[in-house]
Structures are given as structure tokens and as C-alpha cells.
Design a protein around this ligand. Structure first.
Ligand SMILES: [Zn+2]
Length: 284
């Protein structure tokens, strides 16, 4: 490209970028165009989140809602979501999976879960095969236009407990290997949803490889990282721009608190947001 044309091209490009970056008018409602340029996060208790993307799509994670003591009353009605474009489940435990099948059916949205868990759900007839696509760790898929999802390791376990309608008894079935999720939105904003996990060394790799803008990490302890481990993992390994603690306050054994997590984060430059269930958090 001749220098003058290259220069003109650069100016045009700069003008275009400047135009794109021009400050938007204040958001009026969640549906306004200004709000659409941001990501809205609503914590629904435990590891359940409703994420509204800059393009207006809705991603739901680990939906334990109807019997979750922290879920706002409005979201115990499963039609509260309006739409669901991507439904993610990290593993088979009840406090993550309880309402996954019901949401998949109600919104006719495929359930994205570890492939061996989905195989169990298919074998048991919990959902029809078309709502149980298979994927595994390392794979990146685009379950809705512009939304990329990658399953990554989680250091945990996974079974699926199913009440057999014929016997009325609970049965324990294989739940596949648990996962965390990298969720990349239309504008490149990356969220790491850790699922249930202990600290593991490859969190550094996740931080290096995916550079999450936002990390959602369990802090309750006993079954997962506690506040001290979670803060260490966030500061030393994951290094996101923002972190929201999850998976606490619902089980008497998992005693970790948000205050302990905030204290453990200390003077770190990483922004800590303590979510209030049902209250939207808007991020750029
Ligand atoms: Zn679990």
C-alpha cells in the first residue's frame, strides 16, 4: 500500500475507532441500545448466573433455582428468563443441575454439559437427544452466533442422582468429569466460570491463555476453594480484571463468606464485586 493511501486508511480507521468508542448516552433500561454495549450479570445464588450479552443474548449457568434459598423469588418462576440462548452446566451435582433439564425443555435450548453427563441424561431419558449435544474439555463451540464457549478443567467430582419414577428410589449415575467454562461474548469480553473446583496449577494456564475479564469463583470451602484459596488463585494464577465470588451461603458446611474473600483479596488491583442475588451488575 503506498504511504499516502496507508496514511489515509489509518486516519479513516482511527476515525472509525473513535466513533465506535464515543461515549454512549446513559442507559435508561436494560433493553436500550446503550445498555446493549455492556454485559449484565445477575447472580441467582450458588453458581447460577444470568448473563445478558452485549448483543442481547442470554447465557444461564448452573441453574439451581426453585429450591435454592438464595435465588430471588422472581427467578424461581422459570419463565422469568424470557429467553435463553446458551445453557451451561458444569457438573451433575444437584446444587448446579437441579433445574437444568426443566430450562432446556421450557426454552428448547440445548444443555451444554460435560459429554458423559449428557450421555447419562440421554440414557435415563431426562431430555430428548436433540437437547443433549456432546462436547468435552478443550473443545470450543459457538452455541449461539458470536458466543464462544470452551470447557476447561475443574478439580472436583461429578455424579448425577436421579429419582427412578418406577421404583421411587434415588439412583446414582455417572456424571462425567466436572468442567469450568470460558465464555467469550460478541465483543470479546471473556468470562471464566470456574464451576466447583479446588485450586489447581492450570489456573495459571487459564489466566495466560484466556485472560479473563471476569472470573466467577467458588469461595464456600469444604467442597470447593475457601476464601483464602480462592483469593490466592485469583491474584496469583487467574489475574482477571474483575472477580465475583459464588458458591457460598447455602450449605452450613461451606462456611466461607464474601467478607473473608474481600479481606483475603487485600489491596489487590483486581476489582471485587460482591453480588447481591437478583441485582444486575453492568460491566463494560
Ligand atoms: Zn459440586
Amino acid at each position: 500500500m503506498p504511504a499516502m493511501i496507508r496514511h489515509a486508511f489509518a486516519i479513516t480507521l482511527a476515525a472509525l475507532i473513535a466513533a465506535c468508542a464515543a461515549p454512549a448516552p446513559p442507559a435508561v433500561t436494560a433493553a436500550s441500545p446503550a445498555a446493549a454495549a455492556r454485559t449484565e450479570i445477575v447472580w441467582l445464588g450458588q453458581s447460577a448466573f444470568k448473563i445478558t450479552t452485549p448483543g442481547g443474548k442470554v447465557v444461564v449457568t448452573d441453574p439451581w433455582l426453585r429450591t435454592n434459598p438464595l435465588t430471588p423469588v422472581a427467578y424461581k418462576q422459570l419463565d422469568a428468563f424470557g429467553r435463553i440462548d446458551v445453557l451451561l452446566l458444569s457438573h451433575g451435582h444437584f446444587d448446579h443441575s437441579a433445574d437444568a433439564a426443566a430450562l432446556a425443555q421450557q426454552y428448547n435450548v440445548p444443555l451444554r454439559a460435560p459429554s458423559d453427563l449428557n450421555q447419562t441424561l440421554a440414557t435415563l431419558g431426562v431430555l430428548p437427544a436433540n437437547l443433549l449435544p456432546r462436547m468435552n474439555k478443550g473443545g470450543t463451540i459457538e452455541p449461539a452466533p458470536g458466543i464462544k464457549v470452551t470447557a476447561v478443567r475443574a478439580e472436583h467430582s461429578s455424579i448425577y442422582v436421579w429419582r427412578n419414577p418406577a421404583s421411587g428410589k434415588d439412583e446414582t449415575h455417572p456424571g462425567g468429569e466436572p468442567v469450568g467454562w470460558i465464555i467469550e461474548l460478541e465483543n470479546g469480553f471473556r468470562i471464566y466460570h470456574a464451576g466447583d473446583t479446588a485450586v489447581f496449577g492450570d489456573m495459571r494456564w487459564i489466566g495466560d491463555r484466556y485472560r479473563p475479564d471476569l472470573a466467577l469463583v467458588p469461595i464456600g470451602g469444604h467442597f470447593t476453594m475457601d476464601p483464602a484459596d480462592a483469593a490466592w488463585a485469583v491474584k496469583e494464577l487467574l489475574r482477571p480484571k474483575t472477580v465475583i465470588p459464588m458458591h457460598y451461603g447455602t450449605n452450613p458446611l461451606a462456611r466461607g463468606t464474601a467478607k473473608e474473600f474481600v479481606d483475603a483479596m487485600g489491596s489487590s488491583a483486581i476489582r471485587v464485586i460482591v453480588a447481591v442475588p437478583g441485582e444486575p451488575i453492568s460491566l463494560p
